[in-house]
Design a protein. Structure first.
Length: 293
């Protein structure tokens, strides 16, 4: 427990405090860190009854030495904090979308929090969210210049959200869960970015340095989760024809590993405003771009 407490303090009291402390705390005190650890164990118990220490076991099994164990635990804590922040803010976005949909006759609520077009099919959509994201980014002329966190949604903002949502549901040809719609619209409009707090006295001089450090930390966290095979593959992910050569395997097996890795990295960075910079930093950690010759 002492190790977790030390790493919890390190994670939450770095030079760049990415997340605010739990409700009821004004700063990341020792009690606030203990609250964080208790929440992590509690979530494991809710999701996997009787397995409240499962994330600890997973880290121990993947670690090769003490430094790698600490990196895995730090990455787990950081991901937990991200999930908490995203869950809270995206929950507000979901509720806002539901309010807008309920007031617009173009949208219809189906089963299990799924929304569809009134004029379209209510068959549950089961596709790839990345496909819907591409549709959303393809809608031109719909932009958000005002975003309020409470109160009535500005008219222009409302129309932009509904226009893109209508295009997404039309492309889905079915009923899409509100969580997926919220994720797609969040990505399309770059809404609800994670809080980014920098100590006031350091803000002017250290903002650029802090940004680079944070991107590097996220890239290293991803790097620590990859197998040796996956690390070799990262620099050539855009060159499918070379996967088998780099891994020294047949194309079929290389294809499975490569496609799985692509999806893993997409899911890990889809909500990250700096996903391109994190990806580039990860490539550098994995040896840089290989010479295609």
């Amino acid at each position: 427990m002492a190790l977790l407490q030390r790493l919890g303090r390190q994670c939450t009291r770095s030079s760049r405090t990415t997340f605010p402390p739990p409700e009821g705390y004004t700063w990341w005190s020792d009690d606030a860190v203990d609250h964080l650890l208790a929440d992590m164990f509690d979530r494991e118990d809710r999701d996997n009854p009787g397995q409240g220490h499962k994330f600890l076991l997973n880290c121990y099994l993947r670690a090769t030495d003490e430094p790698s164990l600490e990196r895995l635990l730090l990455a787990t804590m950081q991901n937990f904090l991200k999930d908490q922040a995203k869950g809270t803010t995206r929950g507000r976005l979901r509720r806002r979308l539901e309010t807008l949909f309920e007031a617009d006759e173009r949208f219809h609520l189906g089963e299990k929090d799924r929304w569809a077009l009134t004029s379209g099919s209510s068959v549950p959509w089961q596709g790839d969210r990345a496909t819907l994201e591409r549709v959303a980014f393809g809608v031109r002329g719909a932009e958000i210049t005002q975003w309020n966190h409470s109160g009535q949604t500005p008219r222009a903002t409302r129309e932009a959200l509904l226009t893109v949502a209508e295009a997404v549901l039309e492309a889905a040809q079915g009923a899409v869960q509100i969580e997926d719609l919220a994720r797609v619209l969040q990505q399309r409009f770059r809404l609800l970015r994670e809080p980014n707090f920098v100590p006031f006295e350091d803000q002017h001089d250290q903002l650029g340095w802090v940004s680079r450090v944070d991107v590097g930390m996220r890239a290293r966290a991803l790097f620590s989760l990859l197998s040796p095979e996956e690390r070799r593959l990262v620099p050539v992910l855009g060159q499918r024809s070379r996967w088998g050569e780099v891994l020294g395997t047949g194309q079929a097996r290389a294809g499975v590993i490569g496609e799985t890795l692509l999806e893993q990295l997409r899911l890990a960075t889809v909500d990250d405003a700096d996903h391109d910079m994190v990806a580039l930093a990860l490539v550098e950690l994995c040896g840089g771009l290989n010479d295609p010759g």
